[in-house]
Design a protein around this ligand. Structure first.
Ligand SMILES: Cc1cc2nc3c(=O)[nH]c(=O)nc-3n(C[C@H](O)[C@H](O)[C@H](O)COP(=O)(O)OP(=O)(O)OC[C@H]3O[C@@H](n4cnc5c(N)ncnc54)[C@H](O)[C@@H]3O)c2cc1C
Length: 398
């Protein structure tokens, strides 16, 4: 389960990926931090083509669909390496939300849906988004939503209001959660429906500014209205009423992807912090690394990052062997635990760098702004803690 247990072949792949991230991807970060996503496209597409040529493409996708066919544990290790850079997942075509959408299209897409939506996504030609959260309803309770999809002839007519639809900017289609039967039991009310973004009635209202940044391309979160948006019924994903179950299915492995990406971020921030601490002098001949406060942080964070990795790999191993449902407690534990470790690592790495930590000359401030959301998306901390605690108390008869 740990790196020592991996095959020699995968260890070699991980080495190649580590070198690739250092040599080809990290040098693009200053451009990413200073320019619009579109302006970076020619450089990014060139690096993507190189990665693909090396067979480093779609690590989480089965070989039959052109991916590397890794298990979740194996992908966890790859995801950590990619997470060290702001652009790693994008270059390997395993970035959220496309990665999750690919997985559900593989599991539930019809042949027509796969041809039209999945294959261009796998080839890296288009992007997609996932629209569940609504401003008027609590995203932490996705059984309660107002967006509806009503059948008319061969179509669904979709009406609703969504926000925080990540990467809707430039997306070719959205997978939209909408209520198809308001009288069904609450977990069977909603369905997932593919909506091409050029459908009349798909109104992109704005990218929402997050911590002062409106963002664009993949690094953006949109507000969208669906006004009598008509799509063919054949764009229904899976069975009618299965929207919630498919969302849960997507979120299990998705949380492993996020957590291992966060560990990659932690390792990079920690590395920057240690490098800086041994060089920066607070008085002639006295470095930051000689200060006991910094020494405490470096020791504590090392323990927290190592513990996070073991927890995540344990959860991934359980999903690989027994499925997401059996691993639901482990998934909730890593989701809130690693998100909080991430926050602490970024905070202390910035603190160690002083004013430099607040600038965009390092990736720390960008991560600090954007990854605060780690404790909110894919289930806020409190919801995961409540779910785990309830099941623990059930075992005590509570
Ligand atoms: C950067 C970012 C990207 C996102 N991307 C997407 C996306 O691509 N697609 C999409 O559909 N959504 C996306 N979301 C939305 C995200 O999934 C929701 O924000 C999340 O589910 C929480 O829903 P909410 O914001 O409506 O908060 P609410 O449900 O209103 O909850 C507010 C707060 O109340 C507390 N709380 C809620 N329930 C409980 C409880 N049972 N017990 C105790 N406390 C509780 C929590 O602290 C929570 O943070 C994104 C959000 C962010 C910030």
């Amino acid at each position: 389960m740990t790196i020592a247990d991996l095959s020699a072949e995968l260890k070699q792949v991980l080495n190649t990926i580590q070198e690739f991230v250092d040599a080809e991807i990290i040098p693009l970060e200053p451009l990413f931090l200073a320019h619009k996503f579109d302006e970076l496209q020619p450089r990014l597409q060139a690096v993507r083509a190189t990665a693909r040529g090396l067979g480093l493409w779609l690590p989480q996708i089965p070989e039959a669909y052109g991916g590397m066919g890794l298990s979740l544990v194996e992908f966890g290790h790859v995801s950590e390496q990619l997470g060290r850079s702001l652009l790693g997942h994008y270059v390997f075509n395993c970035q959220a939300p496309d990665a999750g959408n690919m997985e559900i299209l593989i599991a539930h897409g019809t042949e027509t849906q796969q041809e039209k939506f999945l294959h261009p996504l796998l080839r890296g030609e288009i992007h997609s988004c996932f629209a569940m959260t609504e401003p008027e309803n609590p995203g932490s309770n996705p059984t309660w939503m107002s967006t509806t999809a009503v059948k008319e002839g061969d179509s669904y007519i979709i009406d609703g209001h969504k926000w925080f639809t990540t990467a809707a900017d430039r997306a070719a289609f959205a997978i939209v959660m909408a209520v198809t039967d308001s009288h069904a039991p609450k977990h069977r009310r909603a369905s997932q429906i593919i909506v091409p973004t050029d459908t009349p009635g798909f109104h992109f209202l704005r990218n929402i500014a997050v911590m002062g940044e409106t963002g664009d391309g993949l690094a953006s979160h949109a507000e969208i209205r669906y006004d009598e948006c008509r799509v063919p019924q054949e764009y229904l994903l899976g069975a009618e009423g299965a929207g919630f179950a498919i969302a849960q299915e997507r979120l299990g492995p998705g949380r492993i992807h996020h957590c291992m990406r966060w560990i990659g971020i932690c390792e990079r921030a920690y590395d920057l912090m240690c490098r800086y601490a041994v060089l920066r002098q607070v008085a002639p001949g006295r470095t930051l690394a000689q200060q006991q406060t910094i020494q405490n942080w470096v020791a504590e964070l090392r323990a927290e990052i190592n513990a996070s990795r073991l927890l995540v790999l344990h959860a991934a191993h359980k999903i690989d062997r027994e499925g997401s449902y059996a691993a639901r407690d482990d998934i909730s534990l890593i989701k809130f635990y690693v998100a909080n470790v991430l926050q602490r690592v970024l905070d202390l790495a910035i603190q160690t760098h002083g004013a430099l930590g607040m600038t965009d000359e390092l990736p720390l401030a960008y991560w600090y702004r954007h990854e605060r959301a780690a404790r909110i998306y894919d289930g806020p901390d409190e919801v995961h803690k409540r779910a785990v605690a309830r099941r623990i108390f059930q075992r005590y008869g509570g």
